[in-house]
Design a protein around this ligand. Structure first.
Ligand code: IFG
Length: 523
């Protein structure tokens, strides 16, 4: 009832507005310069039906309709649209004005992360079963508006959303990005900037690699030298840094406001030189090694036979768990070349129960699959050959796997041999390489039902600031996000590269320093 009366009034107001606006406004959005159509979105939606007669035009009278449960997404949407349109865009419970309505309620077909988006002349409706779904629908709506909507200063309209309906939901629930803040330290603001950028593509997990040989980046109150000394340098000998627990909580809350869950990683037993350098008693020989600023891997190990190691881990895991609203902690487990296989088994046998005692579930690099895992544990596959018996066995036993094949999903791989940033131990990964794979065939013995999702790790041996992060993540991250969200049947490089090209104007307005791959016809 409410919507139909408002609809009638809205249409009248709209008709009057249209009479007084330049002819351009009456053009369907699809005909406008930099045309956006419902199908241009990345990740490509499950189903789209365009109605060129139903374009919706934002005006100064437009409101955002959101009840209490949808308010956070409504305020986020207002924050996206107000700076560029200059419109007031009040967020109200009810309105008779033409509106963008965010509706939480039973919504068929879309599950707990999907949404339905309907655009008519009278207004836009995003409907979902959860606020995560509303947030995903808002990211789609954002991409249906011109690139200049990303401006933080007022720019001219018209602000036309192409008419039609989208029904959309993800193929996999876990769509992640990892940022290595250990090899090089990144400030809270640099991490928040990356959070905002990955949220555009419906990424919903941020895996933070918080500790490694070169640096410990999170304050642990019971072992303060981990951060103050272990975090005092980085690759290349720079000043490093670390997050206080207050700063870390702020990052976690910021990610949550973008509907992203943070998964903190404390890598162990290998990749632990920063911890071993900070506390001599953690070393088997009682001697602390020097801080390390190189980029070798596999030379460090916690001391498996010392009780203090597990007291240390109980304290560390306890404090990190208390800072983690999410269900999972990542315990690393990769490249433990300085730990014997027997000691690795013994170590994991001690650590897995510690994580459980602190109420968290375990994620780890796929090497942890060699140990006796609980069914809830999630191995993260990162190798390049698509074969790992332990990972396949874990899948067969019911464990879900996160797919991060390094020769496809590692954003720190150089694009080509002359790329200024990145490594190439897994090969050169151009934009098409990062798109040409499917999680359901990436690892022998791991089929669709065993896959939690995908994640794009960005290791920072060669990266020092946001420009570097953006150059490596864009344009490859949107492709990984599409692989994690969109139906396998929609996976098509020729269509994708067209849609990707249309993202570039948005990145330019946002100041994203992306790599202009020759494989894409950039606008
Ligand atoms: N492998 C190491 C990372 C990092 C990476 C760089 C994993 C799980 C190479 N481990 O990837 O620490 O050094 O590409």
């Amino acid at each position: 009832m409410r919507r139909s009366l408002a609809g009638l009034l809205g249409a009248t107001a709209l008709a009057l507005t249209a009479l007084t606006q330049p002819a351009l406004a009456s053009q369907p959005a699809a005909n406008q310069p930099g045309a956006r159509t419902l199908a241009d979105v990345i990740p490509v939606p499950v189903s789209v039906s365009a109605d060129p007669e139903a374009d919706f035009r934002l005006t100064p009278a437009t409101a955002i309709e959101a009840d209490r449960d949808a308010r956070q997404v409504g305020d986020y949407l207002a924050g996206l649209l107000r700076p560029s349109t200059g419109y007031r865009l009040p967020v109200v419970e009810r309105t008779s004005a033409p509106s963008i309505a965010l509706e939480l309620g039973p919504t068929a077909q879309v599950g707990d992360q999907g949404y339905q988006l309907t655009v008519t002349k009278k207004g836009v409706t995003v409907r979902a079963n959860s606020s995560d779904g509303l947030f995903a629908g808002v990211q789609t709506l954002r991409q249906l508006l011109p690139a200049r909507v990303e401006s933080r200063q007022v720019v001219r309209g018209p602000w036309v959303v192409p008419g039609g309906t989208i029904v959309d939901y993800p193929r996999f629930g876990y769509r992640g990005a990892m940022l290595d803040v250990a090899r090089h330290f990144f400030s809270v603001d640099e991490v928040k900037r990356y959070i905002d950028q990955i949220a555009q593509y419906k990424i919903n997990r941020l895996h933070l690699h918080l500790a490694d040989d070169q640096g410990w980046r999170i304050e642990i109150k019971s072992w303060p030298r981990l951060a103050t000394y272990g975090g005092s340098t980085e690759v290349g000998g720079g000043p490093g840094g670390y997050y206080t627990q207050e700063q870390y909580k702020d990052l976690v809350a910021y990610a949550a406001s973008r509907h992203i869950t943070v998964i903190p990683e404390i890598d162990m037993p290998g990749h632990t030189n920063a911890a071993l350098a900070s506390y001599a008693e953690l070393n088997c020989d009682g001697v602390a090694p020097p801080l390390y600023t190189g980029i070798e891997v596999g030379f460090s190990s916690l001391c498996v036979d010392k009780d203090i190691t597990y007291e240390f881990l109980d304290d560390v895991i306890g404090e990190v768990a208390a800072l983690t609203p999410g269900r999972y902690l990542h315990i690393g487990g990769d490249e433990a070349h300085a730990t014997t296989p027997e000691d690795y088994q013994k170590f994991m046998g001690e650590v897995l129960p510690i994580v459980a005692e602190h109420g968290k579930l375990v994620q780890g690099w796929h090497e942890i699959a060699k140990t006796g895992l609980p069914a809830s544990a999630v191995p993260q596959f990162w190798d390049t050959d698509g074969v790992d018996a332990a990972t396949a066995a874990a899948a067969a036993a019911g464990n879900k796997i996160v797919m991060s094949p390094a020769n496809k999903a590692y954003l720190d791989m150089q694009y080509h041999e002359n790329s200024p940033l990145g490594l190439h131990w897994a090969g050169y990964v151009e934009v098409a390489d990062a798109y040409h794979w499917d999680p359901s065939t990436a690892v022998q013995g791991v089929g669709e039902a065993s896959i939690a999702g995908v994640e794009a790790p960005l290791w920072s041996e060669t990266l020092t600031d946001s420009d570097d992060i953006e150059f490596m993540a864009f344009p490859r991250l949107p492709g990984i996000a599409e692989i994690g969200w969109s139906p396998k049947a929609s996976h098509d490089w020729n269509g994708y590269r067209e849609r990707l090209a249309k993202q570039a104007p948005r990145w330019e307005v946002q100041g994203i320093d992306f790599y202009r791959s020759p494989q894409v016809d950039w606008r």
